[in-house]
Write a protein that binds this ligand. Sequence first.
Ligand code: FAD
Ligand code: FES
Length: 343
Amino acid sequence: MTFTVTLQPSGRSFQVEREEPVLQAAIRAGVGLPYGCRDGACGSCKSRLLEGRVIHGAHQAKALNADEEAAGLILPCCAASQTDLVIEARNVVGAGDFPPRKMPSRVTSIERAAPDVAILQLQLPANEVFRYRAGQYVEFILQGGSRRSYSIANPPHTQAAAPGIELHIRHLPGGKFTDHVFGAMQAKEILRLEGPFGSFFVREDSPLPMVLLASGTGFAPIKAIVGQLEHEGNARPAAFYWGCRARADLYQLAWAADAARRLPWLRFIPVLSEPRADDDWTGRTGLVYEAVMADLPDLAGHQVYACGTPAMVDAARRDFVARCRLPADEFYADAFTSEADKH
Ligand SMILES: Cc1cc2nc3c(=O)[nH]c(=O)nc-3n(C[C@H](O)[C@H](O)[C@H](O)COP(=O)(O)OP(=O)(O)OC[C@H]3O[C@@H](n4cnc5c(N)ncnc54)[C@H](O)[C@@H]3O)c2cc1C
Ligand code: FES
């Protein structure tokens, strides 16, 4: 049995199976809805149900609480329709251009870039170019079917020279996938993945100056975005804030500093929250999103692209909107949620 989902105000519609999450059907139909984790943890897909009835699967209260649900909000990533639906949701232009596909990948190198960060280079099949937007992510399909998401760090145009992706992976001790990456993983290992996913990419129809905000391995999609903007001859101003604990965690500081020297539109501000005495750090300190607010107390005319730990992304969204006049719909984010955020 299938139902019709219509989006307002765009008027776009698509079909969904009875048991199927609404977001999954939208992705299959190439219809752009905003989303992040696809798993009821981040809240990025939250939309208003105008007509019809859904049943939610498991999700986190911080993504959608009971009051919001009672007020008619839904999480399309984990909502199955019971009737035809009309949903009020932003249409993300371009999100449906590159349908996700499954493919094998081969690990070509694993580099330990920081005490708890590994950079994986993966080779992709050469027969069909992998197309995606800078900022999007892939999912590894693990044994048993569970999935883990990682943002692609290289911009799409690099596929022409070498079909492959670079991923920056932070070790979460006790984590199913990252324990393997930091333990037994070897070059030549084959991993199954699916992608691209996500709506975290630059809205190119806007002229507004951008704040690019990353914590830890949230650096990865921002690196891809900066590379893509450079490739396109961008002139739109961007301030890139990267927060880590100590100097050793700024694992590609030289890359970012070089980019800022090379690109007149880019400012780069690294921020350490817990610099060590022997770091000799003379740069900014504190929480990275607070550094943004100190420098840009009025964000009314900006777009923000934030990526990294859920705590940082949530605090930045809350305070930028409440205290710095950022319009809520100019905040774009991928929160790196994990199993720890689902229990
Ligand atoms: C859109 C998106 C993009 C992402 N991109 C990146 C990226 O570029 N780089 C990156 O480093 N990460 C990224 N992540 C996070 C990544 O997908 C994984 O969640 C993360 O790497 C942890 O995977 P894991 O299998 O090692 O840990 P998990 O198995 O998910 O466990 C995570 C932590 O939770 C603990 N845990 C496990 N089960 C439970 C439980 N039942 N109760 C309490 N605690 C539990 C584990 O001990 C561990 O410390 C992204 C996430 C999303 C949603
Ligand atoms: S809660 Fe739906 S995409 Fe994260």
